[in-house]
Design a protein around this ligand. Sequence first.
Ligand code: NAD
Ligand code: UD1
Length: 342
Amino acid sequence: MKILLAGGAGYIGSHTALQLMAAGHEVVIADNFDNSCEEAVKRVNELAGKEAVLYEADVREKEALRRIFREHSIDCVIHFAGLKAVGESVKEPIRYYRNNIDTTLSLLETMAEAGVKNIIFSSSATVYGEENPVPLRETMRRGSCTNPYGWTKYMMEQILQDASAADPELSVVLLRYFNPIGAHPSGRIGEDPQGIPNNLMPYISQVAVGRRDHLTIYGDDYPTPDGTCRRDYIHVMDLADGHVKAVEYAVKHKGTEIFNLGTGTPYSVLEVVHAFEESTGVKVPFEIGPRRAGDLAECYANADKALEILGWKTTRNLEDMCRDTWNWQKQNPMGYRPDKKQ
Ligand code: NAD
Ligand code: UD1
């Protein structure tokens, strides 16, 4: 099949592009490099031994999408394109709504024109909000979000579900990711955040490689076994494999289906720090700081539905996630751009 990856040069898109090509699919990537670079796609091609077709394009621009749909007979779209920094979304809500909602609308409109009927969307566990008990199941009500980024995911899920209700031919798969970490085991591709990382694993690996002094753990007084928050960390390669299964599912089904992509096993911040130290042999100095606004004590998936329907489950453990993150970070201390400032 030929798959269009909107936002496919980014962290999750690049790993998914590789796994799709390994599974024998053809990949077309559209990305404006807002949070990525061409080098990632070059490395994906090297690893795959095949070429993904790359368009430098803003996915909000319908003319750019029309050209892609004219030049390629696309079987399925995977929509990764979006802005994803929670704190930034609080400061710049309009930019987040404009980018994230518009990319979705433009994709749906041009897909309808071109007769493309299958779309997979990168959603997030954040749509469960604060009210639901863990482990989180797809049947639970979506909660109220604590930031504009989360609301864009909530709204885009709604837009996609409404579109599929109105067009019985449309197949929509909403993938709710938990906490993706890790990198391809070669260390050639990985997560390359701009500026100071917001998320735990990139922060840990930048401390380990000497770019940052120490990690601040946001609170140790939560109602969890060691007092630090627990999350469902998932290896990005497992997540990428989940997309391959989702594509195969999407083209055979109609309507909307929702899947959690997580392991179902939570780890605390302290457990992650210790696992990183053990699997890499590198010390990660840390201090305990105050809680971060908006953090939940626990967030983890019930991942049964993806196993039952997609036949997908995770195969990589926390040690693999730490080792592969470190392998990427130490080979690429400044990410894809060696001349980058901190
Ligand atoms: P990323 O920033 O690495 O990738 C997103 C890609 O989209 C980037 O390459 C960026 O340049 C591109 N992009 C953004 N706006 C665009 C536009 N208007 N036109 C074309 N390209 C555009 O992020 P990621 O971690 O790979 O996440 C991919 C998707 O998964 C995002 O939608 C994100 O919200 C979602 N998600 C990520 C996580 C996570 O922890 N990484 C968790 C849940 C959901
Ligand atoms: C965060 C976002 C969430 C988004 C997800 C994407 C917030 C409040 N939530 O989730 O909306 O979908 O990223 O991956 O930003 N931690 C530290 N020190 C750090 C960084 C993190 O202690 O320097 C802790 C956090 O308090 C949390 C855990 O590590 O308990 C994981 O944090 P993070 O990687 O940011 O993910 P989430 O908070 O789960």
